[in-house]
Design a protein around this ligand. Sequence first.
Ligand code: DQQ
Length: 551
Amino acid sequence: YIVSTSYRTAYHFQPPRNWINDISGLMYYKGIYHNFYQYNPHCALWCWGDITWGHSVSTDLVNWIQLEPVIEPDNPSDIDGCWTGSATILSGGQPVILYTGGRRDKRQVQNLVLPKNPSDPYLREWTKIGNNPVIQPVVPGLNRSQFRDPTTGWIGPDGLWRIAVGAELKGYTAALLYKSEDFLSWTIVDHPLYSQNYSSNMRKCNMWECLDFFAVLPGNNSGLDMSAAILRGTKHALKMSVDYFDKYLIGVYDLKRDAFLPDTIVDDCRLWLRIDYGHFYASKSFFDSKKGRRIIWGWSQEADCRSDDVAKGWAGIHTIPRTIWLDSNGKQLLQWPVDEIESLRTNEINHQGLELNKGDMFEINGVDTFQADVEIYFELTSINAAEPFNSSWLFDPEEHCCEAGASVHGGIGPFGLVILASNNMDEHTVVHFRVYKSQQKYMILMCSDLRRSSIRPSPYTPAYGGFFELDLAKERQISLRTLIDRSAVESFGGGGRVCITSRVYPAVLAGVGKAHMYAFNNGSATVRVPQLSAWTMRKAEVNVEKGWSAI
Ligand code: DQQ
């Protein structure tokens, strides 16, 4: 198979060569979007001590130019790697970066860098300050090798800056809270922003990595600046990357207690909602002051074998930036690809008023099936056939997606999209829904099933899944938007209630044949498709190798 070129994405963020991982600092500064990320300039693998801060810039979040790495390991406070951190724009407009440094003795410390020339909108050069590290792991009971990933700072009512740092402390996983007047000298607050005891039923919950803490308004997709005055009705989201997924809690930031209080306490972190139910980790959000929205994106690691990564010469992509906001019910976050990505759409095709009976497959022709954006609305003709919901499925939606795959007939569903399908269907990926009845409400299962996505033996091909609630008395339509970009598939179900990122490596993509795409239904109840639109997606200019001096 022609591994090296065919799996490279056409409009996702990735480096021309080498390894990338976490999103490490995002900001909009003097007309430019900045993406800083974990980057190994030497090869396509993650290696201790090699990790620097890669840097790319953009004016539209679609096309990117890669600049020189900005922070490299070169002193005892980061010699084992310049790991994840965050950017903050201080009150006078000055940008700063805090990042975790790995030391040889395995202690993790927090370091500060400042731009050499803040009037340069590209912020190409950064200087480590003399008194690094600015935060040491000195708290009694702290595990010194589990103390990392400082958040973006925010200002509290006392005018002091605050940040949170993920840590393992005396049997707790915690978001430790630090305060500072000047961003240079920090003191720990006597209680964490939030913490959780490791207990037996949470044995799967590890240290919280890549914390993110941000303000949201129910039902309002305008973003909020964390340092602005807190508006009435504001809620807060605490996001943590843990156990292979990015999870979050919704609650309030109690200013008197200086603590995050989740709306509901769920001890078992397997039940926490996820930013994305697929192959997505280490996301970060930022307030986009240009358009007044909050944007988030995450890292999607390769799911093929390491020897293929080495052969390709690159590994890791970032997902499409998404606007993120809180649903009007105040319970869950919604996400939608930023509008800018629609500038890549071409060759639009449309279908209206399709009817899909049990066993129907409707082929979607006329777009490049390897590089497409598909939006489809499924309308339920009746909800009586919904099968009963079993709440134990919430612990392991992946397992339920395996049991209830696209070929298993149901009452309502499975229905959805079959993509990247070879002529004889020996390779295909399915994104589908099922509707279940749970007492007074309906629960929708969304799966991204990769089990037949490749005939090649090496890729990791699970069935990802997530559930969302839908008031079917009010809303009879379930929408699906799927962005297909060669080895990346990002799906947004129910208007962004469940998002699933997947990585696929079909042989059909490596030049063996043409791929097909179908809308299908395999449930006993007929579903209508009032609207189906699809586009071919053009290639974006993403980090094209021109040399650092291109701008
Ligand atoms: N990756 C970074 C760490 C972070 C982890 C190192 C999460 O700072 O906790 O590359 O993917």
